[in-house]
Write a protein that binds this ligand. Structure first.
Ligand code: ANZ
Ligand code: ZN
Ligand code: ZN
Length: 711
């Protein structure tokens, strides 16, 4: 009876599913919002890594439907972004054309896997019906003071005459001009004030059922640091130098002060001094030429004297001031009190430049010579009135003392920075702002949205192509009707993916949010990779909180559960185009079957662990499917205790395994059940149960057998 080809079975059921709108999400009853991360439609198409995560999500969706849930399982395309624009520049294809053909191909591949998406909710971020809402949200953020403009430095290629994204800068050179060094330029750019939410974003992490590694990465990224703001003074001018430290207990061990190279004070204090020239050259080297390497651990610490002194707040000592590459401008106050006795970076620097190293906390072991920084706890020494205190206690005492003398105070710093959303790029959502000579920055009124991205632009000029369309560029000011110019920056594509999960709830609605959104949200199960831990996975949490505060959502968090799939490797390396070790899922499906591929991807390893691709593995999957289909030929009898026992045990175990993403273990039990049926007397019910158990994993074969059994 197993004469129907795999191809035929797959086509047949995929067609039936589509025509019957089987997977259309209907908002009633118990809901389950199952979400695969947005797809980026690259022209390479879908690779095995995608195939694996999609199949993992699809099993869950099918399983939850079988349990009686209304399942929302949508898909869409994050279709703006740099790669499409690069292709346009390099190959002369319009990004829209490039993107749309890539999407078509992607959908074909997704469908061939038999994924049970609700295709009626498909969204594409490059369509104006979508990005209109990016713009609308931008205006809301602006009203709330959560969007603002400030100067920030960007990578600039003098040959391209354009801004480069970080990934277009290769070891300090332009990706298209390997001879041209990238420089820095200060441009006015738009930011979202994510820092306002730093505390809440951090505090709520523990409410999430997410992989610990991702939660840890977010905590570090947000980076809460409790410390002290202490004031040294500049000897010459008596100006205060505010310094952030987490180790105020080491205050008496400070032997020099270090500024970040970008700090404006540096040039100010050396101006007109004999040090000026050298300091300028040093800054130029660090800030521009070594920009990309300097924060790495291995980079040699380097600095230069400013020829100025700071006065220690408690001892009154004169302390030399340096500028060096290892201090970051945008952390703390951009200046460090260096304690080489207890901080290893400071120690390395002091060794290199022959600066004094002083212990102020007694190391636990005896020492004749100081060989490295001592970073442990201990008792304070060389610290005047604080001598003899335990260092943790000393932090409290010194803080109190400084506060009384107005020399410092306790403070908390976060590492997270505001989100720079401006891109000097064409292929993105235009920021809805115009600039008018009389009125200044004028937001585009809501009823004028969307600000449409024009198709007719010139990619050959270098620069931002949007500036080449005069009809786009010049506009009547919305306030005074005089000629104004449009903002030509477009939005970071992470804006698009920060709220897409809301749009799926009502993709065609005239409102941003309607009743259905409240039904489906929050996401019950999300699938995303660790590469998004400190990007997308923070941004969509931030948006959710802002939307809540705007009164649009009543949620604190977008996704309660997050699943992170393991890599797909071949030859021990993660599959990737650049490594040349990709296996195309489409080829495997064409050669074998979607169900065989699905089975294989889920069987060989636990979904959260790496999977080593093996070309022979797929044969095993085929064999099992054949065995399963051959059961249909077997003579069927009545249920008996033995059958019922085996069957119900399997149901119970498999259910539990699927619930907990132990798909491989579920499949082992299903395979053994099929094996058992093969060797024992079987009933119709036990066979039907095999179909049901297998159907989330290999839905085409399961449906076919189910139908053959008369259902
Ligand atoms: C004195 C000191 C002594 C420090 C000691 C550490 C150990 P976290 O915990 O990451 O917040 N720091 C402050 N601002 C900096 C900047 N802009 N660039 C580089 N380093 C900076 O780290 C806080 C510590 O990092 C601060 O405490 C400061 O060094 C350094 F035994 O001050 B510490
Ligand atoms: Zn260039
Ligand atoms: Zn105006």
């Amino acid at each position: 009876m197993y004469i129907m080809s795999n191809k035929y079975i797959e086509k047949k059921w995929q067609k039936k599913w589509e025509e019957g709108e089987i997977f259309k999400a209907r908002p009633k009853g118990k809901k389950y919002y199952n979400l695969d991360q947005f797809a980026y439609p690259s022209s390479y198409g879908l690779h095995m890594g995608h195939a694996r995560t999609y199949v993992i999500g699809d099993v869950k969706a099918r399983f939850k439907r079988m349990q009686g849930y209304s399942v929302l399982y949508p898909i869409g395309f994050d279709s703006f972004g740099l790669p499409a624009e690069n292709a346009a520049i390099k190959e002369g294809i319009h990004p829209k054309k490039y993107t749309e053909s890539a999407i078509k191909n992607f959908i074909k591949q997704q469908k061939s896997l038999g994924l049970s998406y609700d295709w009626s909710r498909l969204i594409k971020t490059h369509e104006k019906s979508y990005y209109k809402w990016d713009q609308w949200l931008f205006l809301k953020f602006l009203e709330r003071g959560l969007a603002y403009k400030k100067k920030a430095s960007v990578n600039w290629c003098p040959a391209c005459k354009t801004v480069l994204a970080n990934e277009q800068v290769i070891r300090g050179y332009c990706w298209r001009h390997s001879e041209t060094k990238v420089t820095l330029r200060e441009l006015e750019q738009w930011f979202f004030k994510i820092t306002v939410y730093a505390k809440e974003l951090l505090g709520d992490i523990d409410k999430l059922e997410w992989p610990e590694t991702i939660k840890e990465m977010q905590k570090n990224w947000i980076g809460k640091s409790e410390g002290t703001l202490v004031y040294f003074t500049l000897e010459d001018t008596k100006e205060k130098i505010p310094i952030f430290t987490t180790r105020i207990d080491t205050l008496y061990g400070v032997t020099f002060i270090v500024y970040a190279a970008e700090h404006p004070k540096v040039l100010e204090v050396v101006k007109g001094s004999p040090y000026e020239h050298k300091v300028k050259a040093f800054i130029d080297k660090v800030v521009i030429r070594e920009r990309f390497e300097r924060t790495s651990e291995e980079t040699e610490k380097e600095g230069i004297l400013l020829g100025k002194y700071a006065i220690h707040p408690l001892t009154g000592e004169r302390i030399p001031i340096y500028v060096a590459n290892f201090v970051l401008y945008d952390y703390g106050t951009g200046v460090v009190m260096a304690v080489p006795g207890h901080d290893q970076r400071d120690f390395d620097f002091a060794k290199k430049y022959g600066l004094p190293i002083k212990r102020v906390i007694l190391p636990k072991s005896n020492e004749n010579e100081i060989k490295s920084a001592y970073t442990g706890d201990g008792v304070l020494i060389n610290s005047q009135i604080f001598n003899g205190l335990d260092n943790v206690e000393a932090i409290q005492k010194i803080n109190k003392y400084l506060k009384e003398k107005n020399l410092g105070e306790k403070t908390t710093h976060f590492k997270i920075r505001d989100w720079l959303l401006s891109r000097q790029r064409y292929w993105g959502a235009p920021i809805p702002i115009v600039y008018c000579e009389s009125c200044g920055i004028v937001p585009v009124p809501e009823n004028e949205l969307p600000v449409e991205l024009p198709e007719d632009v010139d990619f050959s000029t270098g620069g931002n192509p949007l500036m080449t369309n005069k009809n786009f560029l010049y506009v009547k000011c919305y306030k005074c009707r005089k000629t104004a110019t449009r903002e030509t920056d477009t939005m970071d594509t992470f804006v698009d993916s920060s709220w897409y999960f809301i749009r799926y709830c009502n993709p065609k609605s005239k409102n941003f949010i309607d009743k259905e959104a409240h039904f489906w949200l929050p996401i019950d199960q999300y699938y995303s990779g660790r590469e998004h831990a400190t990007g997308h996975l923070i941004y969509f949490r931030f948006f959710t909180k802002v939307l809540r505060d705007l009164g649009l959502l009543d949620l604190d968090e977008p996704a309660l559960k997050l699943f992170q799939q393991g890599d797909v490797n071949k030859g021990g390396f993660r599959m990737s185009k650049s490594r040349g070790n990709v296996v195309d899922p489409y080829d495997i499906i064409a050669k074998h079957s979607a169900d065989a591929l699905r089975f294989y991807l889920l069987f060989v390893s636990s979904p959260d662990k790496a999977l080593e691709w093996n070309d022979n593995g797929i044969e095993g999957a085929n064999k099992l499917l054949r065995k399963f289909m051959n059961l249909l030929k077997k003579k069927r009898g009545e249920n008996n205790i033995k059958i019922l026992h085996k069957m119900h045990r399997t149901i119970s175990n498999v259910t539990d395994d699927i619930e907990n993403f132990r798909y491989n273990s579920a499949l082992i039990k299903i395979a053994s059940y099929i094996e058992w049926l093969n060797k024992n007397n079987i009933s119709k019910e036990s066979l039907e149960m095999a179909c049901k158990l297998l159907s989330p994993f290999c839905p085409h074969h399961a449906e076919e057998a189910w139908e053959k059994l008369g259902n």
